[in-house]
Design a protein around this ligand. Structure first.
Ligand SMILES: Nc1ncnc2c1ncn2[C@@H]1O[C@H](COP(=O)(O)OP(=O)(O)OP(=O)(O)O)[C@@H](O)[C@H]1O
Length: 369
């Protein structure tokens, strides 16, 4: 992100102290000061009230009160200012690939992947999508986990069937403030189980292109686990702006997650960071913590690859219960600690995308044989 200073229409005598205070406030997700991150677009003094227009490149609706509080605390110590009023907008970049056709109406595509099965990839994808929406973005969720689509149940719509008014494109489900499409809405699991990788990948690309997505800031794709043909073909054919890797701290899961990181890096899909799921067991009765899958494996892997650790989720009964009820934690209990962890992950994912430059895509030759 460029370091960028704009012209503001405050008097010189006031501008200097205002800018120095804004310089001292850091945006935690971008890792830059409000000025260097170019978040401040306008400063207007009306009487003794400083009106500040901020434009964020990632969704952070739930943080607005804290942002306003920080600005008030920093600026009202100046004698010329006794109040600060913020106008906050979001502006998400459209990052396009030079070689891959964009998905119509979709600004950014985020894949959620794991090397190993059962580590909580779908749970993370669903809560990430809902958290991005809670933070103010328009979000679509695509369940591409062709051999085990679980998102219909996790969203509480196991029997949804998409309609197609024109026989060409399908209308996705609208649920909990996002739109969702799943291979599980259309075919049964046994049918998909016999598809080989290239055929399954072809079906997924068709599903993406034959869904009538409304305007979306982010599309979250829940990939099948592993690093095989499906993940490779989707990386090649779908304009992925970044991938989130989900792992547990267990050695065997970490080894497979590393294969995933290597694969996505090879095909120039930026790895946005690592979510360590089931980091520790949190007893819902007494709050006691233990580490059944080992400790800090995700953190160590993030450090080794120079990637952000986006968050660490406990192994806790309520996450599984919420999912089984079709009410993921972000919507079931939006104010509790688990939802706050997912919201922080969503903001960081949005910020990482904003910091990521579009990567040139490489061509991988794939064959059906
Ligand atoms: N942090 C957690 N605490 C408790 N239960 C969890 C947690 N994360 C996931 N689960 C539960 O673990 C099970 C597997 O999760 P999930 O389906 O998300 O894994 P996955 O990696 O997508 O699996 P698959 O390989 O089948 O795609 C689900 O029952 C889910 O509710």
């Amino acid at each position: 992100m460029p370091s960028f200073h704009r012209e503001f229409s405050l008097s010189d005598a006031l501008l200097t102290p205002v800018l120095s205070r804004l310089e001292s406030i850091k945006d935690d997700h971008l890792g830059l000061s409000l000025l260097d991150a170019d978040l401040i677009r306008d400063l207007v003094l009306k009487g003794k009230c400083l009106e500040i227009h901020l434009v964020y490149p990632y969704p952070c609706q739930t943080r607005i009160p804290a942002i306003e509080q920080a600005l008030n605390a920093a600026l009202t110590s100046l004698t010329e200012i006794d109040a600060v009023k913020c106008h906050i907008d979001f502006e998400f970049t459209v990052q396009s690939s030079p070689v891959k056709a964009p998905i119509e109406n979709v600004k950014q595509v985020i894949a959620v992947a794991s090397g190993k099965g059962g580590v909580g990839k779908s749970t993370t994808a669903v809560n990430l999508a809902l958290a991005l929406a809670a933070e103010g973005a328009k979000v679509g969720l695509l369940d591409a986990d062709i051999y085990g689509p679980s998102i219909p149940i996790m969203l509480g719509i196991p029997h949804f069937k998409p309609v197609s008014p024109d026989g060409k494109v399908m209308i996705p489900a609208k649920v909990h403030g996002i739109v969702a499409q799943s291979i599980g809405f259309i075919i049964d699991g046994e049918q998909a189980a016999v598809w080989r990788g290239p055929m399954a990948a072809g079906a997924l690309v068709q599903l993406i292109n034959e869904t009538q997505w409304p305007e979306l800031d982010y599309m979250v794709i829940d990939l099948p686990p592993g690093t095989g043909d499906i993940q490779l073909t989707l990386s090649q054919k779908v304009p992925l702006n970044g991938v989130v890797i989900v792992t547990t701290p267990q050695d065997i899961a970490l080894a497979d997650a590393q294969k995933g990181i290597n694969m996505f890096q090879k095909v120039n899909v930026p790895v946005l960071g690592i979510v360590e799921n089931m980091s520790f067991h949190l007893c819902s009765q007494c709050g006691h913590q233990e580490h059944p899958f080992g400790r800090d494996g995700g953190q160590k892997m993030a450090t080794r690859y120079g990637l952000p650790l986006l968050g660490q989720l406990p192994l806790i009964l309520t996450i599984r219960e919420d999912m089984d009820k079709g009410l993921p934690s972000v919507v079931a209990t939006p104010h509790n600690d688990i939802a706050q962890l997912y919201l922080a992950i969503a903001r960081q994912v949005g910020a990482e995308l904003a910091l990521t430059k579009a990567q040139p895509s490489v061509s991988i030759s794939m064959s059906d044989e």
